[in-house]
Design a protein around this ligand. Structure first.
Ligand code: XMP
Length: 519
């Protein structure tokens, strides 16, 4: 058992997933509970997560220093490392800020924690503070150009620190470092391996367990489901309809903010599973409600509240027809939860409308069967359920749709331009055979204006930014390194075909720091 102490990092849950993928059990606990949890169960190792605050900031989460003297191997990541360094006599200051990829050089590979690592590789950082002095007893394993203490170890105490994030998909050899740490922790690795089979069995029964939970929660009542045509809500919907048959009623809200043909797509996919979704057309009203709204969080709240209003109206109609509707099923996944402040010390990044954007006094109770899973896990569940590949690997599309890809006010005219540019990007990626390799692609109407010369006259039009990224689990992403000729083709088509556009720019920012969506 590995304890993961949660200082509010966006990736705490991801660390526990990585540990579970290595077939060990992991438990996420709050720093204030660490000693009482240790009293209940002695862990084999402890990982201290990252966090959004500075260790010297007022109210920054702390931990009881006794844990460093209990002879339990400890790995501190980012904030966890800085806190550990500060508590053991090192020094942390507000220093060089670094977000995204950087090169780590290994100076010392004789430690178990640094075995099987090459001399240099890419790691991902996300920090605003810097350790300028490491505590006595620590040795340097690796550094980057700007961070001398990027990877350190206290050999005797078996305490390790990394300034980068080994848990994120884009850190090379991240899982090797976590595996090495597990090997340091695990005195009884052999007996633990005997548990592998039962854990694997458990995984294969995952779908059965989810369906069973839905059945038990719902009992004899009815569930309405918000289906958007995306992988998450479709997988959640198919699980529900398999579990409770016609007691699940999928609803597609046609609000005009989705990609072309989404409605037809939803109808087809559910028809294949012998379910007919209710389609509610609110295109005009949606635009009316978004009039003059420019704040992204407000857009999300308005769209979220409108959804609930529609669902409650449908619920009342269904109740009148004799169906006892009590629940709303949503395809929320873990990355939505964490960005909408999923744990005590975490920061709120944005209110994903299906998590933070819902009204407090909702009549329907929520069911979110995929809340603890990541995108790649949901795709695997979808595959097991028999959903076609072209659907499973379809790009995710955010609940608030085009509204959060249009900076500033969403009008019918701007929506048309965004849709037209989006179709151009999709067509060009498809015809060059690259569409399947990117996680997300979209244009952003930036609300910024620039000068162009069209024909022989001056033209002052809107700038479109292209965001095309690669990712698996949504927590980190890289911008796609597309062929220049393809970028040129997309740019030319957009400035020529979409009215009012003067210029196209390519967004070359990693996540972190930039989120995938602009809003
Ligand atoms: P970010 O921009 O947070 O995007 O890096 C991560 C993933 O989440 C999607 N996204 C949303 N999905 N409601 C949603 O249902 C939202 O408000 C929302 N905001 C972002 C985004 O498209 C990407 O897949």
């Amino acid at each position: 058992m590995i304890f993961i102490v949660d200082f509010g990092s966006q990736t705490t849950h991801l660390i526990s997933r990585r540990i579970k993928d290595l077939c060990l059990d992991a438990k996420v606990i709050y720093p204030e509970d660490v000693l009482s949890e240790i009293k209940k169960e002695m862990p084999d190792g402890i990982i201290l997560s990252g966090g959004p605050l500075s260790v010297y900031q007022k109210g920054a989460p702390d931990i009881d220093g006794k844990i460093f003297f209990l002879n339990i191997p400890i790995l501190g990541i980012c904030y966890g490392f800085q806190l550990m360094a500060k508590m053991l006599g090192g020094k942390v200051v507000s220093g060089k800020k670094e977000y995204g990829p950087t090169e780590l050089r290994i100076h010392n590979s004789e430690f178990r924690i640094s075995s099987r690592l090459p001399n240099k590789f890419t790691v991902w950082m996300s920090h605003g503070d810097e350790i300028i002095k490491i505590p006595k007893g620590f040795e340097i394993i690796g550094s980057t150009e700007t961070v001398p203490f990027a990877f350190v170890a206290d050999r005797e105490k078996k305490i390790f620190g990394v300034q980068f994030h080994p848990e994120v998909e884009h850190t090379e050899y991240g899982s090797q470092i976590l595996t090495n740490f597990i090997k340091v922790c695990d005195k009884n690795l052999k007996s633990k391996i005997l548990n592998l089979k039962s854990i694997a069995d458990n995984k294969s029964n995952l779908i059965g367990n989810i369906k069973q939970t839905i059945k038990q929660t719902v009992n004899d009542s009815y569930v309405v489901g918000a289906v958007s045509g995306g992988v998450d809500s479709t997988v959640a919907g198919i699980l529900a309809s398999d579990a409770i048959k016609d007691h699940f009623i999928p609803i597609y809200v046609d609000n005009g903010l989705m990609r072309d043909s989404t409605k037809e797509h939803v109808e087809k996919i559910f028809k294949d599973h012998k379910v007919r979704p209710l389609i509610i057309d609110v295109k005009k009203e949606m635009l009316r409600r978004l009039k003059r709204i420019i704040d992204p969080e407000e857009k999300r709240k308005i769209i979220g509240n409108f959804y609930i209003e529609i669902f409650e109206k449908e619920m009342d109609k269904l109740i009148k027809s004799g169906k006892d509707v009590k629940f709303l099923l949503q395809g929320t996944i873990y990355s939505d939860v964490i960005e909408s402040q999923g744990s005590r010390h975490a920061s709120k990044i944005k209110s994903h409308h299906n998590v933070g954007g819902l009204p407090k006094n909702m009549k329907l109770k929520l069911i979110e069967p995929l809340r603890h899973y990541y995108k790649d896990e949901v795709r695997r569940i979808g595959k097991t359920l028999g959903l076609p590949d072209e659907f499973i690997y379809k790009q995710p599309f955010p609940g608030p749709g085009y509204a959060i890809r249009i900076r500033g006010e969403v009008t019918k005219d701007r929506l048309g331009k965004e849709r037209q540019a989006d179709n151009i990007v999709l067509e060009e990626l498809e015809s060059s055979g690259i569409l399947k390799d990117v996680f997300l692609s979209f244009p952003v109407l930036t609300g910024a204006f620039s000068t162009a010369v069209k024909g022989d006259g001056r033209f002052f039009g809107e700038v479109i930014a292209l965001r095309i990224v690669e990712s698996k689990d949504v927590m980190t992403s890289k911008w796609a390194e597309l062929p220049h000729s393809l970028l040129q083709k997309i740019s030319s088509r957009i400035v020529n075909e979409v009215p009012g556009v003067s210029r196209v720019v390519y967004d070359i920012t990693t996540k972190p720091p930039a989120t995938m969506e602009w809003e």
